[in-house]
Every structure is written in C-alpha cells, then in structure tokens.
Design a protein around this ligand. Sequence first.
Ligand code: BMA
Length: 369
Amino acid sequence: MTPTSRFFISLFVGCASAFGTPTVQAQTTPAAQLVERLAQTAAKRQFLFGHHDDTVYGHTWCGDEGRSDVKEVCGRYPALMNWDLGLIEWQRTEQLDGVNFNRMRREIVAQDARGGLNAFSWHLRNPLTRGDSWDVQGIDRMKPETCPVAKAVDPACTLNDTLRTWIGRVADFIGSLRRADGSRIAVVFRPWHEHSGSWFWWGRNHCSPAEYKALWRLTREVFDARGIDNVVWAYSPDVVDSYADYIERYPGDKYVDIMGADVYHRDGEAGVPAFYHNLNRSLRAAQLAATHHRKLLAFSETGSETLPMAHWWTKVLLPALKPYNVAYVCVWRNAHDKPEHFYAPYPGQASAADFCKFASSPRVVMAGK
Ligand code: BMA
C-alpha cells in the first residue's frame, strides 16, 4: 500500500487515541495504524516529544538499565525515542555511538510497551571509501567515479549490490521488531536525512536530484521486496530557503509519509533570531508540502546544545511551534562521553524546571512511567 492510500484509509477507519489501542481494521498494516495515530495526535494540536538514545546513556551515565535523563527530570519518558542504525550495514554488534543492537531492540520493545513510539536515523558508511557518513572528501561531480551516490544507484555498478545488501540489513532489523505476541512494531524511518546540506555523502553538492531520488527508490525496492509493512517514512532536509528548495529532492508521494525538517538552535540567546528564521523558513516549507501532498508534518531534529537558556523549552521552542501542526518534535542525544554535547536536560541542568513545565503543557505528549 502506498503511503498516500494509507493516509486516506486512515482518515476513514476508526479513531485511535494518541496512546490508546488503535481501533483500525484488522487488514491495515502496522505502518497505516501508526500514520493514523500520528494524524490524530497532530489533529488535536499535540505532538510527541522525542529524544535520541534516551534510555541507553545520558549526560553522566552509560549502559545502566531503567534510566533516562528526561524521566529523571520530569517523571515521564519521551513519547518518541530515536535510534541510529549506523554500522548495522557492517553487521557490527554496536552502532556508531556504541549502542549494542540487542540492547536497542530491548529498548524499542519496552518503549512500545509503554505506549511510546520509536524512530530511526541511519548514519551509514560511505560505500565507496568505507569512510563514515561525513566522508565527502574527494567527491568531484565532474568525475562520476568519485561519487558514491551516482555509483550506488547505478545497477551496472558493484556499489549498487553493496548498498542493496546494506539496506537489506536495515530492513531485516526493522522487520524483525516484534512484540511478544508476534505482531510487528511500527516505527518511523528517516533515511538520507539532512540532504539539503553537504556534510553527508548523499548531500546536495554530492549528487543530482535524480540520483538522490534514486536512493529512495532503491531503499523502498529493498524493503518492499521483503514485505516490510511497519515503516512510516520520513523525509527531512536540513534548513531550506523555500518551498522549491524543500521539494527539489522529494522522492514522491509513494515513498514518503512524513514531511520533516531538521533545524538546530545555535549560540544561545544571541542565536534566537537566527533559529526562528531557519525554523520558520524550513517548517513553513514542510507544512506547505505536507498540505499539498497530504502528509504528516514533523520537527524531526532540533535542539540547543548544552541548553544555556533556562527557559528555552517554554519561551523559545513552544512558541516557535505555535503555527505548525507537527506530530512529533525530537531533540538529539545526551552524549555520556562529550560533556558539551547534550540536548535534553538532566537533573540539576539549568533548563530542567522549564522542561517539566513544557512536558506538562497541553501540546506535549510524553510516554508512561
Ligand atoms: C552527531 C553527533 C555525533 C554522533 C552522530 C551520530 O550529531 O551526535 O557525536 O556520532 O550524530 O549519532
């Protein structure tokens, strides 16, 4: 079923409360049920709060069980947890930030059981150089042999087989996410993200729009061949200038369920105007795209590193989101090994009290205890 038809069906099936048991018809897919749930959330002018790697490490801890910086601040887990699949393509036991994939699976099942949602990003290696996602050195668009995307989407090239194999490993992992009763857990997957920038090998300066779209087609071919029916697909450029810019590399309605945007706040107080400017030009474009293409809207990545503003949550983020019917908002990770790299508060952090106020505001959905 295409994302679009899922969306239309979702409008006519029974309604699901944000975290209640969906009453959708039995023949709909887990993905369709999740689209429905997110649509209902956004329709109520609510959004799920999300945090990357929430329960596997925090600002001062790593690997403990049952912990979460967010929960230790406000008593509730984030309603959405994002996980990164980087290095699954190399069949490593740990992803690129050291999270064991079996542990990740357990946390995904636990998050689902508490009524929460799981989402994935994928910082995969460069299939041409075997460097990381940020390895863009040596890419020269005048020389196709240096371009990982051009090669990977070309069926005549061996890199195409490599990428298919790598995507297959992601598809196998996601398709294997099941509850104790055997049913698949629906997730959001946001591949090929931040492509409006050029820091990843799939970024704007490193491939043509047609090649970028071909990456999405390839991804879907691999998932669809395996009958994976528990993925809600998110498209998420970084900051864009305009609607034309946003949509330039949109792969098509068949491939996408969520129009996202990744926009970060830098430079604390002094950076508020720039954050608002970037947020508005990106989310305005994403909202327009969501309306035109009948898709969901999400603020797929945001945050203010080290949270220097004590009232960032209720005085910067929440008011900024007023015009936008986002279904979820996700902040990036609290790295245990980089003290200056955190985006959610921990107990005692300057914005902790304000975060609690934010978490109990009528717009924000958190998960259970
Ligand atoms: C970046 C940083 C890195 C991390 C990468 C992938 O934004 O957080 O430390 O390795 O994401 O998760």
